[in-house]
Ligand binder design. Structure first.
Ligand SMILES: Nc1ncnc2c1ncn2[C@@H]1O[C@H](COP(=O)(O)OP(=O)(O)OP(=O)(O)O)[C@@H](O)[C@H]1O
Ligand SMILES: [Mg+2]
Length: 243
């Protein structure tokens, strides 16, 4: 039985002359939490879009739950939170989730009960009647988290989920991700927040100019007592990779 939730092998994606992702081989084990790090423009969002079937690789293969990411049944098992979400501004968050639940083919009663549960979870219950155009950045981010979790997916793919969250919301969200991991969910998220990533992840993957220059545990350098993710990050970026 294949224990990997996804497998990218030799994946490349070009935009004209630019190689945004260059020969990327990466996998996520079932139940694993991996942080996806790298400098701006390193290819994280492009990789995530290929992973969930929003973008086709120029070459290489993407397998998600052993199948094609463009397949509807495969996609139904993913909760995806985009880097920048554009929600219809006149909907409120309940309407947003009802719409999304319909798209996912969930029955209305389940959508309603999940919605109330998640609005409590992301602390939007008091603002649930307000249209999304009146939400702050962090509130929209919370709405995005609720949307990604609505159908109780097996794999969460989150593109910079911590951006815009206040410190309390961040702790709350970190704990939520931990609870999901404890329930056996697999989580792959991109981030520039090294502290959060270090607290949450089993492994990290670090991208630089389209290439993965490190994929391994966070405590790799812990032997000298100074091993932390910031150090690892700076180290591999400087060297261009860890042997
Ligand atoms: N649709 C597109 N057309 C042309 N170039 C693109 C397109 N999408 C991404 N790129 C380019 O591909 C490269 C990788 O972009 P990507 O968004 O994947 O980076 P990222 O690692 O997510 O960066 P950030 O940390 O800033 O979010 C960048 O040089 C970007 O300009
Ligand atoms: Mg990005």
């Amino acid at each position: 039985m294949n224990e990997n939730v996804f497998e990218l092998s030799g994946v490349c994606r070009s935009f004209g002359a630019l190689k945004a992702v260059d020969d990327l081989t990466l996998s996520l084990a079932r139940g694993e939490v991996t942080g996806f790090l790298g400098t701006n423009g390193a290819g994280k969002t492009t990789t995530i879009k290929m992973l969930i079937g929003l973008l086709r690789p120029t070459s290489g293969t993407v397998r998600l739950f052993g199948g094609d990411p463009a397949d509807a049944a495969t996609r139904a098992r993913i909760g995806y939170m985009p880097e920048t979400a554009y929600y219809y501004p006149y909907l409120n968050v309940r309407e947003l989730l009802a719409f999304y639940g319909g798209v996912c083919g969930m029955d209305r009663r389940t959508v309603r009960s999940r919605t109330e549960e998640l609005l409590e979870e992301v602390e939007l219950a008091d603002a649930a009647r307000r249209p999304l155009r009146t939400y702050s950045k962090g509130m929209l981010q919370r709405a995005g988290i609720a949307q990604a979790l609505l159908h109780d997916p097996d794999l969460l793919v989150l593109d910079e989920p911590f951006t815009g969250l206040d410190p309390l919301a961040r702790i709350h969200f970190r704990n939520l991700l931990r609870r999901l991991r404890d329930r056996g969910k697999s989580i792959f998220f991109s981030s520039h927040e090294l502290g959060e990533t270090e607290l949450l992840c089993d492994r990290v993957a670090i991208m630089k100019r389209g290439r993965c220059i490190y994929h391994g545990p966070v405590d790799r350098l812990a032997g000298d007592g100074r091993g932390n993710l910031e150090r690892l990050f700076l180290d591999v970026l400087e060297k261009g990779g860890v042997a």
